[in-house]
Design a protein around this ligand. Structure first.
Ligand code: NAI
Ligand code: OAA
Length: 265
Protein backbone atom coordinates (compact mmCIF):
# COMPACT_ATOMS: atom_id res chain seq x y z
CA UNK A 1 0.00 0.00 0.00
CA UNK A 2 1.25 3.51 -0.79
CA UNK A 3 1.75 5.82 2.17
CA UNK A 4 -0.53 8.79 2.71
CA UNK A 5 1.36 12.08 2.50
CA UNK A 6 1.22 13.80 5.90
CA UNK A 7 0.82 17.53 5.33
CA UNK A 8 1.30 20.40 7.79
CA UNK A 9 0.01 23.89 7.00
CA UNK A 10 1.88 26.94 8.26
CA UNK A 11 -0.49 29.93 8.24
CA UNK A 12 -4.21 29.50 8.88
CA UNK A 13 -5.26 32.50 6.77
CA UNK A 14 -6.89 33.07 3.37
CA UNK A 15 -4.74 30.39 1.72
CA UNK A 16 -4.11 27.97 4.58
CA UNK A 17 -7.74 27.73 5.71
CA UNK A 18 -8.97 26.62 2.29
CA UNK A 19 -6.09 24.20 1.72
CA UNK A 20 -6.34 22.73 5.23
CA UNK A 21 -10.12 22.36 5.10
CA UNK A 22 -9.89 20.53 1.74
CA UNK A 23 -7.17 18.22 3.07
CA UNK A 24 -9.13 17.51 6.25
CA UNK A 25 -12.18 16.71 4.09
CA UNK A 26 -10.06 14.18 2.16
CA UNK A 27 -10.43 16.12 -1.08
CA UNK A 28 -6.82 15.38 -2.07
CA UNK A 29 -6.27 11.70 -2.73
CA UNK A 30 -3.19 10.37 -1.01
CA UNK A 31 -2.72 13.37 1.30
CA UNK A 32 -4.03 14.23 4.78
CA UNK A 33 -3.88 17.23 7.11
CA UNK A 34 -1.67 16.28 10.06
CA UNK A 35 -1.27 19.59 11.88
CA UNK A 36 -1.44 23.37 11.63
CA UNK A 37 1.04 26.06 12.69
CA UNK A 38 0.05 29.66 13.27
CA UNK A 39 1.34 32.40 15.54
CA UNK A 40 -2.24 33.15 16.70
CA UNK A 41 -4.11 30.69 18.90
CA UNK A 42 -6.67 28.98 16.65
CA UNK A 43 -8.76 27.20 19.26
CA UNK A 44 -11.34 24.98 17.58
CA UNK A 45 -10.99 26.79 14.24
CA UNK A 46 -8.55 24.28 12.74
CA UNK A 47 -9.56 20.69 11.93
CA UNK A 48 -6.17 19.32 13.06
CA UNK A 49 -3.98 19.98 16.10
CA UNK A 50 -2.19 23.33 16.26
CA UNK A 51 1.45 22.58 17.04
CA UNK A 52 4.78 24.45 17.22
CA UNK A 53 6.78 24.56 13.98
CA UNK A 54 9.41 22.11 15.28
CA UNK A 55 6.75 19.51 15.96
CA UNK A 56 5.14 19.98 12.52
CA UNK A 57 8.51 19.36 10.86
CA UNK A 58 8.88 16.12 12.83
CA UNK A 59 5.36 14.88 12.15
CA UNK A 60 4.95 15.77 8.46
CA UNK A 61 6.25 14.61 5.08
CA UNK A 62 5.47 18.01 3.58
CA UNK A 63 4.99 21.51 4.99
CA UNK A 64 2.88 24.04 3.07
CA UNK A 65 4.07 27.56 3.82
CA UNK A 66 1.15 29.99 3.59
CA UNK A 67 2.23 32.48 6.25
CA UNK A 68 4.67 35.01 4.79
CA UNK A 69 8.20 35.57 3.52
CA UNK A 70 9.59 35.74 7.07
CA UNK A 71 8.58 32.13 7.70
CA UNK A 72 10.49 31.00 4.59
CA UNK A 73 13.55 32.94 5.73
CA UNK A 74 13.39 31.52 9.26
CA UNK A 75 12.34 27.93 8.63
CA UNK A 76 12.88 26.71 5.06
CA UNK A 77 16.43 25.45 5.50
CA UNK A 78 15.58 23.60 8.73
CA UNK A 79 12.57 21.93 7.09
CA UNK A 80 14.66 20.65 4.18
CA UNK A 81 17.56 19.55 6.37
CA UNK A 82 15.17 17.47 8.49
CA UNK A 83 14.13 15.56 5.35
CA UNK A 84 10.67 17.12 5.13
CA UNK A 85 9.53 18.63 1.81
CA UNK A 86 8.39 22.25 1.58
CA UNK A 87 5.85 23.90 -0.72
CA UNK A 88 6.32 27.68 -0.72
CA UNK A 89 3.64 30.32 -1.40
CA UNK A 90 5.77 33.30 -0.30
CA UNK A 91 8.22 33.01 -3.19
CA UNK A 92 9.34 36.61 -2.67
CA UNK A 93 11.66 35.33 0.08
CA UNK A 94 13.71 33.66 -2.66
CA UNK A 95 14.78 37.05 -4.03
CA UNK A 96 17.46 36.82 -1.32
CA UNK A 97 20.30 35.16 -3.28
CA UNK A 98 22.01 33.87 -0.14
CA UNK A 99 18.84 32.17 1.07
CA UNK A 100 18.06 30.76 -2.38
CA UNK A 101 21.61 29.33 -2.59
CA UNK A 102 21.30 27.74 0.87
CA UNK A 103 17.95 26.18 -0.03
CA UNK A 104 19.35 24.80 -3.28
CA UNK A 105 22.14 23.16 -1.31
CA UNK A 106 19.89 21.93 1.54
CA UNK A 107 18.22 18.54 1.70
CA UNK A 108 17.23 15.75 1.74
CA UNK A 109 13.83 17.53 1.76
CA UNK A 110 12.74 18.97 -1.59
CA UNK A 111 11.50 22.49 -2.17
CA UNK A 112 8.56 23.33 -4.44
CA UNK A 113 6.78 26.57 -5.22
CA UNK A 114 3.20 27.11 -6.23
CA UNK A 115 2.31 29.12 -9.33
CA UNK A 116 -0.17 30.85 -7.02
CA UNK A 117 -2.03 33.70 -8.66
CA UNK A 118 -0.12 33.71 -11.93
CA UNK A 119 -0.38 31.46 -14.99
CA UNK A 120 1.93 30.33 -17.77
CA UNK A 121 4.93 29.48 -15.57
CA UNK A 122 5.15 25.94 -16.95
CA UNK A 123 5.48 27.28 -20.48
CA UNK A 124 8.02 29.96 -19.50
CA UNK A 125 10.09 27.25 -17.82
CA UNK A 126 9.89 25.16 -20.98
CA UNK A 127 10.85 27.93 -23.43
CA UNK A 128 14.04 28.67 -21.49
CA UNK A 129 15.44 25.61 -23.23
CA UNK A 130 15.01 27.31 -26.62
CA UNK A 131 17.16 30.26 -25.59
CA UNK A 132 16.95 33.28 -23.31
CA UNK A 133 13.87 35.46 -23.07
CA UNK A 134 15.06 38.98 -23.90
CA UNK A 135 12.11 40.86 -22.58
CA UNK A 136 9.95 39.81 -19.65
CA UNK A 137 7.38 42.15 -18.12
CA UNK A 138 4.86 41.70 -15.32
CA UNK A 139 2.19 44.27 -14.55
CA UNK A 140 0.25 43.72 -11.33
CA UNK A 141 -2.84 45.84 -10.70
CA UNK A 142 -4.61 45.74 -7.34
CA UNK A 143 -6.89 47.78 -5.12
CA UNK A 144 -4.87 50.65 -3.56
CA UNK A 145 -5.54 49.55 0.04
CA UNK A 146 -3.88 46.17 -0.63
CA UNK A 147 -0.67 47.89 -1.78
CA UNK A 148 -0.12 50.41 1.03
CA UNK A 149 3.26 49.86 2.72
CA UNK A 150 5.00 51.30 5.81
CA UNK A 151 7.89 52.63 3.66
CA UNK A 152 5.62 54.79 1.48
CA UNK A 153 5.76 58.56 1.96
CA UNK A 154 2.68 60.69 2.66
CA UNK A 155 2.62 62.04 -0.88
CA UNK A 156 2.41 58.57 -2.45
CA UNK A 157 -0.14 57.36 0.12
CA UNK A 158 -2.28 60.45 -0.55
CA UNK A 159 -2.07 59.84 -4.32
CA UNK A 160 -3.12 56.22 -3.85
CA UNK A 161 -5.98 57.09 -1.50
CA UNK A 162 -7.39 59.85 -3.69
CA UNK A 163 -6.81 58.09 -7.02
CA UNK A 164 -9.74 57.91 -9.41
CA UNK A 165 -7.80 55.77 -11.91
CA UNK A 166 -4.61 53.66 -12.11
CA UNK A 167 -1.50 54.99 -10.29
CA UNK A 168 1.92 53.34 -10.77
CA UNK A 169 3.33 52.80 -7.27
CA UNK A 170 6.57 51.04 -8.16
CA UNK A 171 8.56 49.99 -11.20
CA UNK A 172 11.53 47.69 -10.69
CA UNK A 173 12.73 44.17 -11.16
CA UNK A 174 11.55 40.90 -9.64
CA UNK A 175 14.54 41.24 -7.31
CA UNK A 176 13.33 44.56 -5.83
CA UNK A 177 9.54 44.46 -5.93
CA UNK A 178 8.51 41.42 -3.79
CA UNK A 179 10.58 42.76 -0.88
CA UNK A 180 8.69 46.07 -1.02
CA UNK A 181 5.22 44.46 -1.19
CA UNK A 182 5.81 41.23 0.75
CA UNK A 183 2.15 40.19 0.90
CA UNK A 184 1.16 41.33 -2.59
CA UNK A 185 3.78 40.69 -5.26
CA UNK A 186 5.18 37.22 -4.67
CA UNK A 187 4.01 36.55 -8.22
CA UNK A 188 6.96 38.63 -9.49
CA UNK A 189 9.38 36.23 -7.82
CA UNK A 190 7.40 33.26 -9.15
CA UNK A 191 7.72 34.56 -12.73
CA UNK A 192 11.45 35.05 -12.13
CA UNK A 193 11.78 31.49 -10.82
CA UNK A 194 10.19 30.28 -14.06
CA UNK A 195 12.38 32.51 -16.23
CA UNK A 196 15.49 31.76 -14.19
CA UNK A 197 16.59 35.37 -13.74
CA UNK A 198 15.36 37.87 -11.12
CA UNK A 199 16.90 40.86 -12.86
CA UNK A 200 15.42 40.05 -16.28
CA UNK A 201 11.83 40.45 -15.10
CA UNK A 202 10.65 44.08 -15.23
CA UNK A 203 7.74 44.67 -12.87
CA UNK A 204 5.15 47.45 -12.61
CA UNK A 205 2.86 47.63 -9.60
CA UNK A 206 -0.30 49.63 -10.20
CA UNK A 207 -2.90 50.74 -7.64
CA UNK A 208 -6.35 51.13 -9.16
CA UNK A 209 -9.54 51.87 -7.20
CA UNK A 210 -11.44 50.27 -10.10
CA UNK A 211 -9.55 46.98 -9.75
CA UNK A 212 -12.37 44.87 -8.35
CA UNK A 213 -10.41 42.06 -10.00
CA UNK A 214 -6.68 41.67 -9.31
CA UNK A 215 -4.83 41.59 -12.64
CA UNK A 216 -1.46 40.07 -13.46
CA UNK A 217 -0.21 40.41 -17.03
CA UNK A 218 2.96 38.56 -18.00
CA UNK A 219 4.53 39.35 -21.38
CA UNK A 220 7.72 37.74 -22.60
CA UNK A 221 9.54 37.46 -25.90
CA UNK A 222 12.68 36.00 -27.40
CA UNK A 223 13.98 34.97 -30.80
CA UNK A 224 11.87 31.80 -30.55
CA UNK A 225 8.50 33.29 -29.75
CA UNK A 226 6.28 35.72 -27.87
CA UNK A 227 4.12 34.90 -24.86
CA UNK A 228 1.37 36.71 -23.01
CA UNK A 229 -0.63 35.49 -20.00
CA UNK A 230 -3.29 37.65 -18.41
CA UNK A 231 -5.42 36.84 -15.38
CA UNK A 232 -8.14 38.83 -13.58
CA UNK A 233 -8.97 37.21 -10.25
CA UNK A 234 -11.65 37.86 -7.68
CA UNK A 235 -9.82 38.84 -4.49
CA UNK A 236 -10.30 36.74 -1.36
CA UNK A 237 -13.22 38.44 0.47
CA UNK A 238 -11.45 38.32 3.86
CA UNK A 239 -7.98 39.28 2.57
CA UNK A 240 -8.26 41.21 -0.71
CA UNK A 241 -4.45 41.28 -1.10
CA UNK A 242 -4.68 37.58 -1.98
CA UNK A 243 -6.54 36.28 -5.03
CA UNK A 244 -9.24 33.75 -4.27
CA UNK A 245 -7.69 31.19 -6.64
CA UNK A 246 -4.37 30.86 -4.78
CA UNK A 247 -5.30 28.05 -2.33
CA UNK A 248 -6.62 26.06 -5.28
CA UNK A 249 -3.26 26.44 -7.02
CA UNK A 250 -1.69 25.01 -3.85
CA UNK A 251 -4.19 22.14 -3.84
CA UNK A 252 -3.38 21.39 -7.47
CA UNK A 253 0.31 21.15 -6.59
CA UNK A 254 -0.51 18.90 -3.62
CA UNK A 255 -2.60 16.56 -5.80
CA UNK A 256 0.35 16.20 -8.17
CA UNK A 257 2.80 15.60 -5.31
CA UNK A 258 0.57 13.03 -3.62
CA UNK A 259 0.31 11.45 -7.09
CA UNK A 260 -2.40 8.83 -6.72
CA UNK A 261 -4.39 6.95 -9.32
CA UNK A 262 -7.72 8.46 -10.34
CA UNK A 263 -6.15 11.62 -11.69
CA UNK A 264 -4.20 12.49 -14.80
CA UNK A 265 -1.29 14.55 -13.54
N1 NAI B 1 2.45 32.98 -4.73
C1 NAI B 1 1.33 33.68 -4.75
O1 NAI B 1 0.69 33.85 -5.81
C2 NAI B 1 0.81 34.27 -3.49
C3 NAI B 1 1.54 34.20 -2.33
N2 NAI B 1 1.04 34.72 -1.16
C4 NAI B 1 1.87 34.58 0.05
O2 NAI B 1 1.17 33.78 0.99
C5 NAI B 1 1.16 34.42 2.26
C6 NAI B 1 -0.11 34.05 3.00
O3 NAI B 1 -1.22 34.56 2.31
P1 NAI B 1 -2.66 34.64 2.99
O4 NAI B 1 -3.10 33.31 3.42
O5 NAI B 1 -3.50 35.41 2.07
O6 NAI B 1 -2.33 35.54 4.27
P2 NAI B 1 -3.22 35.78 5.58
O7 NAI B 1 -2.71 37.04 6.17
O8 NAI B 1 -4.66 35.65 5.26
O9 NAI B 1 -2.80 34.54 6.50
C7 NAI B 1 -1.50 34.38 6.99
C8 NAI B 1 -1.57 33.51 8.24
O10 NAI B 1 -0.22 33.19 8.63
C9 NAI B 1 -0.08 33.45 10.02
N3 NAI B 1 1.32 33.79 10.28
C10 NAI B 1 1.96 34.94 9.93
N4 NAI B 1 3.24 34.89 10.32
C11 NAI B 1 3.42 33.70 10.94
C12 NAI B 1 4.53 33.08 11.59
N5 NAI B 1 5.71 33.70 11.68
N6 NAI B 1 4.36 31.86 12.11
C13 NAI B 1 3.15 31.24 12.06
N7 NAI B 1 2.06 31.79 11.46
C14 NAI B 1 2.20 32.99 10.91
C15 NAI B 1 -1.07 34.57 10.35
O11 NAI B 1 -1.44 34.57 11.70
C16 NAI B 1 -2.24 34.21 9.42
O12 NAI B 1 -3.13 33.32 10.05
C17 NAI B 1 1.28 35.93 1.94
O13 NAI B 1 1.88 36.65 3.00
C18 NAI B 1 2.16 35.92 0.72
O14 NAI B 1 3.52 35.97 1.11
C19 NAI B 1 -0.18 35.30 -1.12
C20 NAI B 1 -0.93 35.41 -2.25
C21 NAI B 1 -0.49 34.94 -3.53
O1 OAA C 1 -2.86 36.85 -4.86
C1 OAA C 1 -2.35 37.60 -5.71
O2 OAA C 1 -2.99 38.07 -6.68
C2 OAA C 1 -0.89 37.90 -5.69
C3 OAA C 1 -0.28 38.09 -4.38
O3 OAA C 1 -0.90 38.46 -3.40
C4 OAA C 1 1.17 37.85 -4.27
O4 OAA C 1 1.79 37.59 -5.31
O5 OAA C 1 1.72 37.92 -3.16
Amino acid sequence: MTRTLKVGIVGWGAIGRVVGTALAGQDVQGAELTCVVDNRPLGEAAPAPQVPFEEAVERCDLIVEAAGQGVVREWAERVLTSGTDLLIASTGALTDDELAKRLLAAGPGRVYFTGGAVGGLDLLQAVRHLGPLEDVHLTTTKLPSTLEQPWMDEELLARMRSATGPVEVMAGTARDVPVKFPKSTNVAASVALAVGDLDAVRVRVVADPGATRTRHVVEASGTHGAYRFEVAHAPDPGNPATSQVVPYAVLRSLAALAGRTGQIL
